[in-house]
Write a protein that binds this ligand. Structure first.
Ligand code: ATP
Ligand code: ZN
Ligand code: MG
Length: 307
């Protein structure tokens, strides 16, 4: 982790060499060292402490979610290239013999699998909206949740900051347009101050999601024009193209409309989420402060280990 080299490949190699990440044979799937996990645990504590005065309800969803929920969310319309669906073998003895035969012949045995009702969770907040809607009207002061989930996105890459399975911690506010916008504003400030307290260089910028296809270009432009997404960027593998480590998203009433999230008087709810990319923050810390967390600047250690 030489301060001058900033490319993805050399960072990945040095993470392997220093025993911080472990190869699995698949780009974007890595084992994590105890030291790496401890940094994530400490960072999560910091996030939770910062959010504590808001008294969010904590929910931990598993890394798989209802496929029907993902479909209804519109994910396949916007990001079909990133989605993952769990498939399983559901045949009988005859199909099993066929499957083993195909495997022995080096054929594509996965043809004999069928889609299950489980999709891999692409962002921590997708399973939340129908869960909240099922509990009845949203109170006038809105609702606040703190979530954590492993997430899957099919975006194999040599960039260690672009994993296929990674963790996201999120705060999600469901309420009026004004409530969710002020929630987002407050986290834009708190998030930046928190990253600066870890002595990481960062900037906040307007952003868009990687919507699929030609129609996606328009959606991305629209998202930018309306200022719906901001990212906190930290140089991890490049100075020119810093990495999005925190995201601040305003969904307007998209999820309210989709899931029938309303107040008691029937008015539709708006929502916003702030997402912390846990592996990305840990990578940024190792990248800037070195492979040995015990040797990190005292002020940084105080912030992480003092809580
Ligand atoms: P990018 O622009 O780099 O693709 P994103 O804008 O798609 O990221 P979001 O959809 O906003 O990311 O996800 C929330 C957070 O999850 C991001 O701020 C980031 O920290 C983290 N994240 C997203 N994709 C990945 C990934 N492939 N590997 C690791 N962390 C990720
Ligand atoms: Zn979200
Ligand atoms: Mg982005």
């Amino acid at each position: 982790m030489d301060a001058k080299t900033f490319d993805a490949k050399s960072l990945l190699d040095s993470l392997f060499e220093n025993g911080i990440l472990f190869e699995s044979g698949i780009d974007g799937l890595y084992g994590r060292s105890g030291a790496f996990e401890e940094v994530i645990e400490r960072f999560e504590r910091l996030v939770t402490r910062l959010g504590a005065p808001d008294k969010a309800t904590r929910i931990h969803f598993p890394p798989g979610m209802s496929r029907a929920t993902l479909e209804k969310s519109g994910y396949m319309k916007s990001f079909p290239q990133l989605a993952g669906c769990v498939h399983s073998f559901m045949g009988g003895e005859r199909e099993h013999a066929q499957l083993l035969g195909m495997m022995a012949d080096g054929g594509d045995w996965t043809e004999l699998q069928k889609a299950t009702d489980v999709a891999l969770t692409p962002a921590a907040c997708y399973p939340l909206y129908p869960t909240v809607a099922a509990r009845g009207p949203v109170p006038a002061q809105g609702l606040l949740f703190e979530l954590s989930s492993y997430c899957f996105r099919h975006e194999p890459s040599k960039d260690p900051a672009r994993m296929q399975l990674f963790r996201m911690r999120e705060f999600v506010k469901i309420g009026t347009a004004e409530q969710v916008r002020s929630f987002r504003e407050s986290w834009l400030k708190r998030g930046k101050a928190m990253i600066e307290s870890l002595e990481l260089p960062c900037e906040v910028d307007l952003a868009n999601d990687p919507f699929f296809g030609r129609g996606g270009k328009m959606m991305a432009n629209n998202q930018r024009d309306q200022g719906l997404k901001f990212e906190l960027l930290i140089p991890v593998t490049s100075i020119e193209k810093p990495t999005a480590c925190l995201s601040f998203n305003y969904h307007q009433d998209h999820f309210g409309r989709t899931w029938g999230l309303t107040f008691a008087d029937g008015e539709l709810c708006h929502s916003a989420c702030v997402g912390f990319g846990l592996e990305r923050v840990a990578l940024a810390l190792f990248r800037h402060h070195g492979p040995d967390a015990a040797a990190w600047p005292a002020a940084v250690r105080d912030v992480l280990w003092g809580v």
